[in-house]
Design a protein around this ligand. Structure first.
Ligand SMILES: [Zn+2]
Length: 135
Protein backbone atom coordinates (compact mmCIF):
# COMPACT_ATOMS: atom_id res chain seq x y z
CA UNK A 1 0.00 0.00 0.00
CA UNK A 2 2.87 2.37 0.78
CA UNK A 3 4.08 2.30 -2.82
CA UNK A 4 0.64 3.30 -4.11
CA UNK A 5 0.37 6.14 -1.59
CA UNK A 6 3.77 7.46 -2.63
CA UNK A 7 2.94 7.29 -6.35
CA UNK A 8 -0.38 9.00 -5.67
CA UNK A 9 1.33 11.76 -3.69
CA UNK A 10 4.02 12.34 -6.32
CA UNK A 11 1.31 12.53 -8.99
CA UNK A 12 -0.48 15.07 -6.87
CA UNK A 13 2.70 17.11 -6.36
CA UNK A 14 3.51 16.86 -10.08
CA UNK A 15 0.06 18.20 -10.93
CA UNK A 16 0.45 21.09 -8.50
CA UNK A 17 3.91 21.78 -9.94
CA UNK A 18 2.52 21.89 -13.51
CA UNK A 19 -0.26 24.23 -12.37
CA UNK A 20 2.27 26.52 -10.70
CA UNK A 21 4.47 26.58 -13.83
CA UNK A 22 1.42 27.38 -15.97
CA UNK A 23 0.37 30.16 -13.62
CA UNK A 24 3.93 31.54 -13.52
CA UNK A 25 4.19 31.61 -17.34
CA UNK A 26 0.78 33.27 -17.75
CA UNK A 27 1.63 35.72 -14.99
CA UNK A 28 4.93 36.54 -16.75
CA UNK A 29 3.03 37.23 -19.99
CA UNK A 30 0.60 39.52 -18.17
CA UNK A 31 3.45 41.19 -16.28
CA UNK A 32 5.24 41.91 -19.57
CA UNK A 33 2.13 43.06 -21.39
CA UNK A 34 0.35 45.05 -18.71
CA UNK A 35 2.41 48.33 -18.81
CA UNK A 36 1.82 48.50 -22.58
CA UNK A 37 -1.92 48.03 -22.39
CA UNK A 38 -4.07 51.12 -22.68
CA UNK A 39 -6.60 51.44 -19.92
CA UNK A 40 -9.47 52.46 -22.22
CA UNK A 41 -9.83 49.14 -24.02
CA UNK A 42 -7.85 46.83 -21.81
CA UNK A 43 -8.86 43.37 -23.02
CA UNK A 44 -8.56 43.85 -26.77
CA UNK A 45 -5.32 45.84 -26.55
CA UNK A 46 -3.89 43.23 -24.19
CA UNK A 47 -4.83 40.54 -26.68
CA UNK A 48 -3.30 42.37 -29.66
CA UNK A 49 -0.15 43.02 -27.64
CA UNK A 50 0.14 39.34 -26.75
CA UNK A 51 -0.40 38.36 -30.40
CA UNK A 52 2.27 40.68 -31.78
CA UNK A 53 4.95 41.15 -29.14
CA UNK A 54 7.94 38.95 -28.52
CA UNK A 55 9.78 38.20 -25.33
CA UNK A 56 13.47 37.50 -24.85
CA UNK A 57 14.19 34.36 -22.92
CA UNK A 58 17.86 33.77 -22.27
CA UNK A 59 17.71 30.01 -22.66
CA UNK A 60 15.14 29.57 -25.42
CA UNK A 61 15.55 32.74 -27.49
CA UNK A 62 12.81 35.07 -28.60
CA UNK A 63 9.29 33.79 -28.24
CA UNK A 64 6.06 35.39 -29.20
CA UNK A 65 3.96 36.19 -26.16
CA UNK A 66 1.12 34.32 -27.84
CA UNK A 67 3.14 31.08 -27.88
CA UNK A 68 4.21 31.68 -24.32
CA UNK A 69 0.64 32.11 -23.14
CA UNK A 70 -0.34 28.95 -25.06
CA UNK A 71 2.50 27.08 -23.34
CA UNK A 72 1.34 28.44 -19.99
CA UNK A 73 -2.21 27.34 -20.75
CA UNK A 74 -1.02 23.85 -21.72
CA UNK A 75 0.94 23.53 -18.47
CA UNK A 76 -2.06 24.67 -16.49
CA UNK A 77 -4.34 22.25 -18.33
CA UNK A 78 -1.88 19.36 -17.87
CA UNK A 79 -1.58 20.19 -14.19
CA UNK A 80 -5.33 20.10 -13.70
CA UNK A 81 -5.50 16.86 -15.71
CA UNK A 82 -2.76 15.22 -13.62
CA UNK A 83 -4.46 16.40 -10.43
CA UNK A 84 -7.78 14.95 -11.53
CA UNK A 85 -6.06 11.72 -12.61
CA UNK A 86 -4.20 11.26 -9.33
CA UNK A 87 -7.44 11.88 -7.49
CA UNK A 88 -9.02 9.11 -9.55
CA UNK A 89 -6.16 6.75 -8.64
CA UNK A 90 -6.80 7.69 -5.01
CA UNK A 91 -10.42 6.71 -5.47
CA UNK A 92 -9.60 3.42 -7.20
CA UNK A 93 -6.98 2.25 -4.70
CA UNK A 94 -8.20 4.11 -1.66
CA UNK A 95 -9.91 1.34 0.23
CA UNK A 96 -9.29 -2.31 0.68
CA UNK A 97 -11.70 -4.91 1.88
CA UNK A 98 -11.59 -7.91 4.16
CA UNK A 99 -12.42 -11.28 2.74
CA UNK A 100 -13.48 -14.18 4.89
CA UNK A 101 -13.02 -17.85 4.24
CA UNK A 102 -16.27 -19.81 4.72
CA UNK A 103 -14.33 -22.92 5.85
CA UNK A 104 -11.88 -21.70 8.50
CA UNK A 105 -13.52 -18.29 9.19
CA UNK A 106 -10.18 -16.53 8.97
CA UNK A 107 -10.11 -13.21 7.18
CA UNK A 108 -7.50 -11.36 5.17
CA UNK A 109 -7.10 -8.04 3.42
CA UNK A 110 -7.61 -7.72 -0.30
CA UNK A 111 -7.79 -4.85 -2.73
CA UNK A 112 -10.97 -6.05 -4.37
CA UNK A 113 -13.63 -8.65 -4.04
CA UNK A 114 -12.85 -11.92 -5.81
CA UNK A 115 -15.20 -14.58 -7.06
CA UNK A 116 -12.76 -17.38 -6.35
CA UNK A 117 -9.57 -17.27 -4.36
CA UNK A 118 -7.17 -19.45 -2.45
CA UNK A 119 -7.56 -18.97 1.27
CA UNK A 120 -4.14 -17.93 2.68
CA UNK A 121 -4.91 -19.75 5.95
CA UNK A 122 -6.26 -23.15 5.02
CA UNK A 123 -5.08 -23.19 1.39
CA UNK A 124 -8.49 -24.21 0.10
CA UNK A 125 -9.87 -22.86 -3.12
CA UNK A 126 -12.96 -21.05 -1.91
CA UNK A 127 -15.51 -18.36 -2.68
CA UNK A 128 -14.47 -15.67 -0.18
CA UNK A 129 -17.12 -13.55 1.49
CA UNK A 130 -16.71 -9.80 1.81
CA UNK A 131 -16.71 -8.81 5.48
CA UNK A 132 -16.46 -5.02 5.45
CA UNK A 133 -14.91 -2.13 3.64
CA UNK A 134 -12.03 -0.65 5.53
CA UNK A 135 -8.59 0.86 5.29
ZN1 LIG B 1 -9.73 -20.83 4.92
Amino acid sequence: MRVIVRRKLSGHLFGIFLCLVGFAVLFMVLWKAWPNVSSSNALSSLWSYILTEQIDLALIGTLKLAYLSIIGGIFLFLGIFVLAFSRQILYLHGGSIRLQCPYCNNSWKARRAMGWAECPHCRKFIQPQVMKKGI
